[in-house]
Design a protein around this ligand. Structure first.
Ligand code: SF4
Ligand code: SF4
Length: 378
């Protein structure tokens, strides 16, 4: 194994290949506080890419209800249990990653989900266990539901250290140098499913009709055209922003991705302790047990929540947050112009502007032309 630098862990770690960062790295920020689990993203992805035979169970994008929801069933609980104790020493991860904890001769610690783990996406995830406690014949058994919950939207993380790449004996999975997107070369894949076993996020899927593995392709034809992927542009809750992020040593403050991830550190990786350096970043949910948040989003989670609570008074942060869902084009830079936040494309052309404060318009109670009165029924 080579020694590589993982900035999310604040230390070096073992990885089967030497460190190689692409020229550009695709990244996403998802604001968990705004997701309403409408599944529009799931359906937009499904109808665009995975409508073929053998893909019936495939959800490159899925949205699960935490803490009880998963797809496939129990994926994160199983991976975290296999990994054992995970400890942070300040901002430095003091436990083992899936590469460091791999059994001898294997590239990564992992498990292969059973077919039944994919059988019932979202079924019963939002049930409140308090209500059904003692209902013996109910299909959900388990501990009493906590009085908090949130929706976690998930796609392939296009990791910097992808476990799927590490595990593929055919070298069929590769990370593109121009944008960091991780793809499966289907002509090389022989369907051994090592990627399915190794990916801790369980995002490669085996197609038993074509007999090869498939995974999220980050809508690369759109990305190449400076547009954001389907799951981003269709998002009803406007929870998503996609762009390119820089290495923490070379950040550009006016790049909204760098600003949210590196400057403000409000957007955090999911289960960074697994060691793949995932590139989907999450603004953690408010109203959730801080211990749970720390396990899921790392030691910066509580601070990120505080920052989010204060966003209304934090003009620059608000300016970045208001860009979410504002345009289909990729925003490469942003700045505040008067009372607007303005987004620019790669050529410096203005592509979107959003008011920092929604104007409140009060209509007069009486319409002068008609003499009619308007009543506010609310
Ligand atoms: S999330 Fe999984 S499938 Fe996607 S790049 Fe990372 S290891 Fe590979
Ligand atoms: S479309 Fe947006 S709001 Fe709806 S489930 Fe997907 S991420 Fe959440």
């Amino acid at each position: 194994m080579a020694k590589v630098k993982n900035w999310q862990l604040g230390r070096e770690m073992d990885f089967p290949y030497p460190e190689h960062r692409p020229k550009k790295q695709i990244a996403y920020v998802f604001d968990t506080n705004k997701c309403i689990a409408c599944q529009t993203c799931t359906m937009a992805c499904k109808t665009t890419w995975t409508v073929g035979k053998g893909q019936e169970y495939v959800f490159w994008n899925n949205v699960e209800s935490k803490p009880w929801g998963y797809y496939p069933l129990g994926w994160d609980v199983k991976v975290l249990e296999l990994l054992g104790q995970q400890k942070w020493d300040g901002d430095k991860y003091a436990g083992k990653t899936i590469f460091e904890a791999a059994p001898k001769g294997e590239p990564a610690l992992g498990y292969a989900p059973e077919d039944l783990d994919y059988a019932s996406p979202n079924l019963g995830e939002d049930e409140c266990k308090d209500v059904i406690k003692g209902t013996e014949d109910h299909y959900i058994k388990g501990p009493v539901h906590s009085n908090w919950g949130f929706y976690l939207a998930r796609i392939c993380n296009h990791c910097t250290y992808p476990a799927c790449v590490a595990a593929c004996p055919r070298k069929a999975i590769y990370k593109r140098d121009e944008d960091g997107i991780v793809l499966v070369d289907q002509s090389r894949c022989r369907g051994y499913r090592e990627c399915v076993k190794a990916c801790p996020y369980k995002k490669p899927y085996y197609n038993n009709t074509t007999r090869v593995s498939e995974k999220c392709i980050a809508c690369y034809p759109k990305v190449e055209n400076s547009e954001m992927p389907q799951c981003v542009t269709t998002c009803i809750g406007k929870i998503r922003l996609q762009g390119f992020k820089s290495h923490p040593d070379k950040i550009r403050k006016n790049n909204p991705m760098d600003y949210l991830i590196h400057v403000r550190k409000i957007a955090l990786p999911l289960y960074a302790q697994l060691g793949t350096e995932p590139n989907v970043y999450y603004i953690p949910p408010m109203h959730v047990d801080p211990k749970y948040l720390k396990q899921m989003f790392g030691p910066g989670a509580e601070k990120a929540v505080q920052m989010y609570r204060n966003a209304g008074q934090d003009k620059e942060l608000l300016a970045a947050l208001l860009l979410f869902g504002s345009t289909e084009k990729r925003i490469e830079a942003f700045k505040i112009k008067g009372e607007m936040t303005v987004g620019y494309d790669k050529d410096g052309k203005e592509i979107v502007s959003v008011p920092l404060t929604e104007p409140a318009i009060v209509r007069p109670a009486k319409v002068e032309q008609s003499g009619a009165y308007l009543y506010n029924n609310t």
